[in-house]
Design a protein around this ligand. Structure first.
Ligand code: C2E
Ligand code: MG
Ligand code: MG
Ligand code: MG
Length: 278
């Protein structure tokens, strides 16, 4: 600090801003070697079919344990990884790792993997996915790629082409977090989608707001008409599960049904019957 205030230096930021920027640059530098330093881990959250209470698969969620700071949440480091382009390599690692992990599970459970808009736009995503499928031997029908609507804004034609090529590999395309931001019904018509994940803000409102329940009910019906299914995200209570079933969502996911956990716990869940759901 003393050095920064010495003669011949310019102070362009207020001290707290300076601190903020420094922390960010530090985190960015640390993120650069987090992959090589094996600081990433994937946790798996179960997804159930609501009509049958059957386990259908797991969403892979990335975790970063920083050597000094401890656990850093994805909401903090994913944007940084996207701004720096690091998400392309990190995302390829997640794909490879999660597909290999899912192969260890019994049955035909699916892996749902989040794909960043940056990976879609610049990441050779079609090549990466087909390489990973070849390497791991995973049946493409067991892989779901979750994309957000923000991915779709930049260049319709190019996105359409990328999604079609991914789908031609046999994988499923899932629209994540529907109902937040600029959700548009035209996206459901324009892009080849297999599933819509209804954002937890909607799901959690359904129990006390009939209008939210009506919207999800209509959306679930619309999805089926368009040959798509729906997943209710962020189910935290028995009541929310109840309503998600009633309005006709195909699948459910949330803390009430299961927390994201390391693969060995996911494996145990996959082999254990779930009494509390029946
Ligand atoms: P997402 O894809 O919508 O994932 C669902 C998030 O909701 C996860 O947060 C999950 O832990 C959390 N969640 C699940 N059930 C509940 C619930 O009942 N209540 C509440 N309050 N939250 C619940 P997480 O793991 O912190 O991840 C946040 C976001 O970071 C993800 O949102 C996804 O957009 C992104 N992300 C995570 N892993 C990856 C990755 O490998 N690649 C990319 N590109 N993005 C990732
Ligand atoms: Mg997701
Ligand atoms: Mg989501
Ligand atoms: Mg989200």
């Amino acid at each position: 600090e003393a050095k920064a205030q010495g003669r011949g230096t310019y102070r362009i930021f207020a001290p707290e801003m300076d601190e903020h920027l420094r922390a960010r640059l530090e985190m960015e530098a640390d993120l650069r070697h987090a992959l090589a330093a094996q600081q990433f881990e994937i946790v798996y959250q179960p997804i159930y079919e609501l009509a049958t209470s059957q386990l259908r698969g797991f969403e892979a969620l990335l975790r970063w344990t920083h050597p000094q700071r401890g656990a850093v949440c994805p909401a903090r480091f994913i944007p940084l990884a996207e701004e720096t382009g690091l998400i392309v390599d990190i995302g390829a690692w997640v794909l490879r790792r999660a597909c290999a992990d899912i192969m260890l599970l019994p049955g035909d459970l699916r892996a749902a993997i989040n794909i960043s808009p940056v990976q879609l736009a610049f990441g050779y995503i079609v090549e990466t996915v087909s390489e990973v499928l070849r390497e791991t031997g995973l049946d493409p029908g067991r892989l779901e790629l979750e994309i957000t609507e923000t991915s779709l804004f930049a260049d319709d034609q190019r996105n359409l082409d990328v999604l079609r090529r991914l789908r031609a590999l046999g994988v499923r395309i899932v629209l994540d977090d529907f109902g937040t931001g600029y959700s548009s019904l035209s996206h459901l018509r324009l892009f080849p989608l297999d599933k819509i994940k209804i954002d937890r803000s909607f799901v959690q409102e359904m129990t006390h707001r009939p209008d939210s329940a009506a919207i999800v009910d209509a959306l679930a019906a619309l999805a089926l008409r368009l040959n798509m299914t729906t997943t209710a995200e962020g189910i935290e209570t028995a009541e929310q599960l109840e309503v998600a079933r009633r309005v006709g969502c195909t699948e459910g996911q949330g803390y009430y049904l299961g927390h994201p956990q390391p693969i060995r716990h996911a494996f145990a869940a996959a082999t254990r019957p779930l009494q509390h759901l029946a």
